[in-house]
Design a binder for this molecule. Structure first.
Ligand SMILES: NC(=O)c1ccc[n+]([C@@H]2O[C@H](COP(=O)([O-])OP(=O)(O)OC[C@H]3O[C@@H](n4cnc5c(N)ncnc54)[C@H](OP(=O)(O)O)[C@@H]3O)[C@@H](O)[C@H]2O)c1
Length: 274
């Protein structure tokens, strides 16, 4: 049994990580900036801490065998860079001070090849981890199905939507990504680990077709081609790794499983309500 700290434990991946850790018989501590919810399940530890201010970090990392670092703030432009780079630095310093024997940083396939601003921050954070002196693993994962769902919902919220239909992705079910992460967390630090992607590489245009069909929605999609270096990276599929088809659930299967129940997919709802 491994004792795991999950930073970002209330997020999309973090919620799946705690479920998979429980399933695999590990003990774990969820880290969040929020106080523990009243409805915290039995045998679940909670640490209130912030990677930006450093508040609570020393207590959060104390006594764990491995830290899975999945805290990130990509939807808050003012804090994204600092959270990723400075926040990772504060966390590794706390880990080093506490003698934590393994830190597993969650990254994204293509952070070194697609010059998208968020990816450049994640690449810098990888370097912070590598230089930290803390024994580490770095796992680069492809986009989650739920993230593609969010992207399409954003681009296609009006009757006519513009979409970079040529961008590629290799989406994976968050649960399957979490299984790979938890398996790696129970192993010794491995440095740069093999990448983890979903079962198929698809274009955003192909994914939008399935998304509309399963949701019974009809939007007029106008394809756009952005003449930008990062867009070229997504078009060329630098954020995919067809040799690493680890996930099994396809995009279409995920859509059917998610939308057949006619509820909004939001694994964070339990913590939010608390
Ligand atoms: N989404 C994808 O498709 C995808 C694909 C591959 C890899 N990844 C990577 O996987 C990781 C997790 O992604 P996700 O989609 O699960 O993110 P998410 O749902 O946005 O969750 C991120 C969590 O980070 C926590 N957080 C934010 N700022 C913090 C701070 N200053 N201190 C402490 N915690 C903070 C938040 O928890 P509280 O609000 O409770 O504090 C939040 O729940 C990220 O590193 C991301 O780059 C994501």
């Amino acid at each position: 049994m491994t004792h795991i700290l999950i930073t970002g434990g209330t997020g999309e991946l973090g919620t799946a990580l705690s479920a998979q850790a429980r399933e695999a018989g590990h003990s774990f501590r969820i880290m969040s900036r929020k106080p523990a919810p009243a409805s915290l399940p039995a045998h679940t530890e909670w640490a209130q801490a912030d990677v930006l201010t450093g508040q609570g970090l020393a207590e959060a990392v104390r006594g764990v065998d491995v830290i899975i670092h999945a805290a990130s703030d990509p939807r808050n432009p003012k804090l994204t860079k600092a959270t990723e780079i400075d926040g990772t630095r504060q966390l590794v310093e706390a880990a080093r001070a506490a003698g934590v024997p393994h830190l597993l940083y969650i990254s994204i396939i293509g952070v070194d090849r697609v010059p998208y601003y968020y990816y450049t921050y994640k690449l810098a954070a990888e370097k912070v981890v590598e230089a930290s002196g803390v024994p580490y693993s770095i796992m680069r994962i492809a986009q989650f199905h739920s993230f593609i769902d969010f992207v399409l919902g954003t681009f296609l919220r009006y009757p006519i939507g513009v979409l970079p239909t040529g961008w590629q992705s290799q989406p994976i079910a968050t649960v399957e990504a979490a299984q790979a992460v938890i398996a790696a967390a129970a192993q010794p630090p491995g440095g740069r680990l093999p990448e983890v992607g979903g079962p198929e590489v698809l274009t955003l245009g192909e994914m939008a077709r399935d998304w509309q069909a399963v949701r019974g929605q009809r939007r007029l999609i106008l394809p756009i081609r952005l003449p930008l270096a990062f867009a070229e990276g997504f078009r060329k599929g630098y954020n995919t790794n067809p040799a690493r088809k680890i996930g099994r659930q396809t995009w279409r299967e995920w859509l059917e499983a998610t939308y057949s129940t006619a509820r909004i997919h939001d694994p964070r709802r339990d913590f939010r309500r608390a």
